[in-house]
Ligand binder design. Structure first.
Ligand SMILES: [Zn+2]
Length: 202
């Protein structure tokens, strides 16, 4: 896929995840790694824009150090968007995992509730091969910091999905659909675990 097609996919998945309630308000960010003329680049959602309405033209292209290279030029020739404030979290995951081509970060309410409570979410069927029976919790660091980027990258060395204490969820995959699907699965798992705990309590 070229960067135009990638930007279109990122915008479509952004809008979809918002509709699903997984990235409320201006939360969440999505990226894809790709190669252009042999140079590795990352396309990522912009900061300060709700994924509800983000368009392909607003997707920002950065190099592997997070420097903005380009936006896909919009019709008004505007290039005013900056990459998501979590860009370094995405880049660190790509640097650690050569197999990863997409990273999706959500604040889905039930899974994030578990993250705030410090309770691990159990994996349900659908996650594929299981090494851990629970989704690992990554230590808290302030959003947008290198500390958070380091913690997440370390937590994802052997995991495709982690829960960030007091924050949200990060998933990765070989492609965008795979990573996005994992964020849906984790919310579903958290929901079922929550309902199960209520029923079992009586
Ligand atoms: Zn976040």
């Amino acid at each position: 896929m070229n960067k135009k097609e990638i930007s279109e996919s990122i915008a479509a998945v952004s809008n979809y995840l918002y509709e699903k309630g997984l990235v409320p308000g201006k939360s969440g960010n999505i990226s894809c790694k790709f190669s252009e003329n042999g140079v590795k680049k990352v396309a990522i959602t912009p900061s300060g824009v709700s994924l509800k309405s983000v368009t392909p033209e607003e997707i920002v292209i950065v190099d592997m150090d997070g420097n903005k290279i380009d936006e896909v030029m919009n019709q008004n020739n505007k290039r005013d968007k900056m990459p998501s404030s979590e860009v370094f979290m995405h880049l660190k995951v790509y640097k650690n995992r050569n197999d990863v081509k997409s990273v999706v970060h959500t604040h889905s309410p039930i899974a994030t509730g578990f993250a705030f409570a410090g309770v691990e979410i159990k994996r349900l069927e659908g996650f594929g091969p299981i090494e851990n029976t629970v989704i690992p919790l990554v230590d808290y660091a302030a959003p947008g910091t290198m500390d958070l980027a380091e913690n997440v990258a370390k937590g994802m060395e052997k995991e495709d999905i982690v829960s960030l204490k007091n924050h949200g969820i990060v998933a990765c995959g070989e492609n965008l659909d795979e990573a996005a699907l994992l964020t849906e699965f984790v919310e579903e798992s958290a929901k079922i675990q929550f309902v199960t705990s209520l029923i079992s309590a009586n």
